[in-house]
Write a new protein. Structure first.
Length: 132
C-alpha cells in the first residue's frame, strides 16, 4: 500500500522513510536505501528526503553515509539547522563528544526557536551532565 501511496503522492516524504524502515526490519536494508534515494531523486530541492536518508543510515550505523547526507543538507540549505543537527547526531553516535557539542550548539545559535534547537538543547544538557 505504501508503494501505491508514493505513486499517488511522491512528495509525501515520510512514506519513503516508513517503507524503507519496513524493508530494513525484513532484512532488506539495501531496498530501503533504494527507496530513500528515490525520494531524493523525486524531490531534489527538498532537504527532507536527505534528512530521512541520513536518519536511515544513522539508525543502521552507517555513519559516514549519514554524515554525507547531512552535509549535503548543509551545503544546499546553509541557514537551516537540519543538517547541523544531523551532523551532531552522527558525532554523538560515534562518541565524538566535542564535535557533537559544537554542532548542536551551532543549531541553537542558528535557529534558537526551532524544534531542532529545542532537541539540541536537551542533548547538550545531557552531554554536559555526563561530563561532570
Amino acid at each position: 500500500h505504501l508503494r501505491k501511496a508514493l505513486e499517488v503522492c511522491p512528495t509525501c516524504i515520510p512514506f519513503f522513510y516508513i517503507l524503507a524502515t519496513m524493508y530494513a526490519e525484513n532484512g532488506s536494508y539495501e531496498d530501503g536505501v533504494k527507496v530513500l534515494e528515490q525520494g531524493v531523486t523525486m524531490n531534489p530541492v527538498s532537504k527532507w528526503p536527505r534528512w530521512y536518508l541520513g536518519q536511515y543510515y544513522l539508525e543502521n550505523r552507517q555513519y559516514e553515509e549519514a554524515l554525507e547526507r547531512f552535509e549535503s543538507i548543509r551545503a544546499m540549505f546553509p541557514r537551516s539547522p537540519v543538517g547541523l543537527y544531523g551532523r551532531g547526531l552522527v558525532f554523538l553516535a560515534q562518541g565524538k563528544r566535542e564535535e557533537a557539542l559544537e554542532s548542536l550548539q551551532r543549531v541553537v545559535d542558528l535557529a534558537p526557536s526551532s524544534d531542532f534547537a529545542e532537541a539540541a538543547k536537551k542533548k547538550i544538557e545531557i552531554l554536559s551532565q555526563d561530563k561532570q
